[in-house]
Design a protein around this ligand. Structure first.
Ligand SMILES: [Zn+2]
Length: 55
């Protein structure tokens, strides 16, 4: 059978802009996935300035 196997886990993934870890699509992001940049609210709440590197 030609074609690709469609797996249920075939979800899109992104890399968190705050912690740099990959994360997978979530239903709660269904309508906002394009704008999602962080793996969690915690990362989203991180402000530049504190932490490694110079802000
Ligand atoms: Zn993160």
């Amino acid at each position: 059978m030609p074609g690709k196997m469609m797996r249920k886990e075939n979800l899109p993934t992104k890399t968190c802009a705050a912690c740099g870890r990959p994360f997978a699509w979530r239903k709660k992001w269904a309508r906002d996935w394009d704008n999602v940049r962080f793996c969690s609210d915690r990362c989203r709440g991180q402000k530049a300035g504190k932490g490694p590197g110079k802000g």
